[in-house]
Ligand binder design. Structure first.
Ligand SMILES: Nc1nc2c(ncn2[C@@H]2O[C@H](COP(=O)(O)OP(=O)(O)O)[C@@H](O)[C@H]2O)c(=O)[nH]1
Ligand SMILES: [Mg+2]
Length: 459
């Protein structure tokens, strides 16, 4: 028996290696994903490893298609796919802030809008998975040319291989959690082809296997057999269920009389370099230039002169007063001096989430500002581990919402879904570029669901 291990930067690449190395009789025995080149758990590249054998006696289903993968290139790294159907331009920011459609009745707790409330943990289906039915049914369709036919068969072959891989991972999950049996694994038996394709795409974009399975199982329940044959309907079904996983905040940026008679006070906190100051400038410009509100800027980021200058430059261009606060006391005084404006925007120093003493110092500043909204800015380009770690450590500042920045640079937005799933926060805004004031949007679950499925936000 020839037992070999193959690696690739993506599942498709690793599968191509398996097929090249062991041919049509390859049997996949095990898969795993790990990172190489990571420093202290950060960064590095993901590697997919597949252990396979050419022995007929080995367990696991056989590859049925003997054709080589030569003409099917491994897919390129996910990029921003612009689906023409969804290339509707984003609404301008003035419609996002205080949008009547989005603005929910005043609520101290600011609960997420019902339509976007995540089904906290969608109950896993009780029926055990049926591995045998995981194989994808590929219905041959009439072809116009031999080349097209060949291509279809190659794709079908990749799907079959993926079916094996999924079967392996499900078996592994059952092995790891025998007590719960299959209850932790959604029943995906007999997944129809179009759904299966989108299920794989979700995982390609970084959505965790657990969440992708929950989504796929729900869609299979939602649709009839006939509907499952229509790729557009299946896509809509998947988008609806992905959107359910994306909590967006219902009330954001509401300017107006408040019980405490203070101006709406918004603070941005987060790690260094994620885009807090840029985002703050975008919000300032939107309030002042688009909504005609009076705005006061306060920066507590005095660790770098450049940071103060950066906000001061924006303040000068937009025509806004700015105050610099060296201490929490000065910050409270600065906010008090702005008591007659509509909105106070507070910029804070970036903090490494590893630096606890600096975090508690920052906490004193945030408490002094006593903001109505504390947005945690997180870069969508960061790894899931880093994002979860930042969300956990910055929780001492009690952020009640998250701004995901740099969506334009992120490769695969599935991480956002996973991070939201693991935290209790909802998204307020997303930013999509460096340009002030345009590249910011009020988070929309539907639009973000499309971005997750299609591999990037469309402009
Ligand atoms: N591509 C991209 N870059 C951004 C975005 N927001 C901010 N940046 C850039 O990120 C860098 C750090 O931004 P800054 O606002 O100074 O981050 P801060 O340290 O958190 O205040 C700057 O070069 C910004 O232009 C965004 O949405 N997309
Ligand atoms: Mg800054």
């Amino acid at each position: 028996m020839n037992l070999r291990t193959f690696r690739g930067r993506s599942m498709a690449e690793a599968l191509a290696e398996v097929k090249k190395g062991l041919g049509k009789d390859a049997v996949i025995l095990h898969t795993r994903t790990y990172r190489v080149g990571a420093v202290m758990g950060m960064g590095g590249k993901e590697v997919i490893e597949i252990t396979a054998s050419d022995a007929p006696a080995a367990r696991g289903p056989r590859l049925r298609d003997p054709r080589p993968l030569a003409r099917v290139a491994a897919p390129a790294a996910p990029r921003f796919v612009a689906d023409p159907v969804h290339r509707a331009p984003p609404e301008p920011i003035d419609q996002f802030i205080q949008s009547p459609r989005q603005a929910a009745p005043k609520s101290p707790a600011n609960p997420p809008a019902a339509s976007n409330a995540a089904p906290a943990n969608e109950p896993a289906r009780a029926t055990p998975a049926r591995p045998a039915s995981l194989a994808v049914r590929v219905t041959p369709s009439p072809v116009d040319s031999k080349a097209t036919d060949d291509l279809r068969q190659e794709l079908a072959s990749i799907k079959r291989l993926m079916g094996q891989v999924l079967q392996c991972s499900r078996q592994a999950v059952r092995t790891i959690t025998p007590a719960s049996g299959a209850s932790g694994v959604a029943n995906l038996g007999g997944m129809p082809e179009h759904l299966f394709t989108l299920y794989l795409r979700l995982q390609d974009q970084g959505v965790s296997a657990e969440i992708a399975e929950t989504i796929a199982a729900s869609v299979r329940d939602d649709l009839t057999r006939d509907e499952m044959e229509d790729p557009a309907i299946v896509r809509q079904g998947v988008l609806r269920r992905v959107a359910e996983q994306i909590r967006v905040i219902g009330t954001v940026g509401r300017v107006g009389p408040r019980e405490d008679a203070r101006p709406l006070t918004i603070a941005l906190v987060g790690p260094t370099g994620v885009g807090k100051t840029t985002t703050l400038a975008k919000l300032a410009a939107a309030y002042k230039l688009r909504q005609g509100k009076s705005v006061g800027l306060v920066t507590a980021d005095t660790y770098r002169i450049a940071a103060v200058d950066q906000l001061r430059t924006y303040a000068n261009i937009i025509g806004l007063p700015i105050k610099v606060a060296m201490t929490p006391g000065e910050l409270a005084a600065a906010c008090e001096s702005f008591r007659d404006v509509d909105v106070i925007l507070v910029d804070t120093a970036g903090r490494s989430q590893q630096d606890r003493s600096r975090l508690s110092e920052l906490q004193a500043f945030v408490q002094a500002a006593n903001p109505h909204e504390t947005h945690l800015a997180l870069s969508a380009t960061a790894s899931e581990n880093v994002l979860n770690d930042a969300a956990s450590r910055f929780s001492v500042l009690k952020p009640d919402r998250v701004v995901f920045t740099k969506l334009d640079e992120a490769v695969g937005l599935g991480t956002l879904v996973n991070v939201l799933h693991a935290s209790s926060m909802s998204i307020s805004y997303v930013t999509t570029g460096q340009e002030v004031p345009d590249q910011i949007e009020l988070a929309s679950a539907d639009r973000l669901a499309r971005a997750v499925l299609d591999g990037g936000i469309t402009r």
